[in-house]
Design a protein around this ligand. Structure first.
Ligand code: ZN
Ligand code: FE
Ligand code: FE
Ligand code: ZN
Length: 272
């Protein structure tokens, strides 16, 4: 029988200014759903006011950690609570990523690409920017930044691996340049020996599809790339969102295990 629940490793807190609910409330929903393990991965602080309205400040990191530590003690009998961050991969911020990575004994760090150069391609406030873009080229640039993020060595997991599709902009089917970029991204992930996130968040966005696309899932499975699950919950009600659909998609691709993390060590959880 297929597992009915798996760890959910992608959830936010109101410190990022676009999520609601206390850590305790997210944990309560997880317990109600029979989930045994969750992890918080709020949007990391960035230096010099970079994208500041969408993330916690550096000064808020301690409160983030202590809120999670308190919840961890509170739920000790029912739920494992892991702690991580969703780090933005922006080239040339390596020193900053190192500083965040050294800040705490994290269970895992998710690397996410939300920027191509200075273009915040997944930001609703900048949706108009898409009108001036060549979609295929945007996909290629995106996958190339994700590949770089995998090679950077800072991350345990690649978050929402084809976020570029969020608003429903589709690359031309079978475009060879896009396919080659996808393959370069997956090879970089494989080489770096890190995990891909299967994220149900895309189902709640205009694209209405799990991240990553079934073709990428199948190829990643073929390459033996490890997976973990994330709902990318920005509200307690989103915890575990479409978890079972994601587990079934993995199973259909022949993936036999999902992964959890503790102190940046990956642990395998058999799906059957
Ligand atoms: Zn967010
Ligand atoms: Fe993200
Ligand atoms: Fe997120
Ligand atoms: Zn995310």
């Amino acid at each position: 029988m297929l597992l009915t629940t798996v760890p959910d490793y992608h959830m936010h807190t109101p410190r990022c200014n676009h999520a609601i609910g206390d850590v305790i409330e997210y944990a309560q929903v997880a317990v109600q759903l029979g989930i045994k393990e969750i992890g918080f991965s709020d949007h990391c602080p960035m230096p010099n006011g970079f994208d500041a309205q969408w993330r916690m400040s550096y000064e808020q990191l301690d409160a983030y950690l202590s809120e999670i530590e308190a919840a961890r003690a509170h739920f000790a009998a029912d739920l494992k609570i892991r702690v991580g961050l969703e780090l933005d991969y922006v080239p040339h911020h390596e020193a900053w990523l190192q500083k965040l990575s050294d800040y705490y004994d994290w269970d895992y760090l998710i690397g996410s690409v939300h920027f191509i150069g200075d273009w915040a391609f997944d930001n609703e406030d900048h949706l108009d920017d898409w009108q001036h873009k060549n979609i295929n080229e945007a996909y290629v640039s995106y996958y190339d930044v994700v590949a770089e993020s995998a090679k950077s060595g800072f991350f345990d997991v690649i978050g929402h691996p084809d976020l570029i599709k969020k608003f429903g902009h589709r690359a031309t089917a079978n475009d060879p340049a896009v396919h080659a970029a996808e393959e370069r991204m997956l090879q970089a992930v494989k080489q770096a020996n890190i995990a891909l996130e299967i994220s149900s968040a895309g189902l709640r966005k205009p694209v209405a599809e799990v991240y990553p696309h079934a073709r990428i899932l199948a190829r990643a499975a073929e390459l033996g790339i490890p997976f973990c699950f994330g709902s990318d919950a920005h509200a307690p009600g989103e915890v575990g969102y479409a978890m079972q659909d994601c587990v079934q998609m993995l199973d259909a691709c022949g993936v036999s295990a999902i992964h959890s993390f503790e102190k940046r060590q990956r642990c395998l959880l058999s799906l059957r």
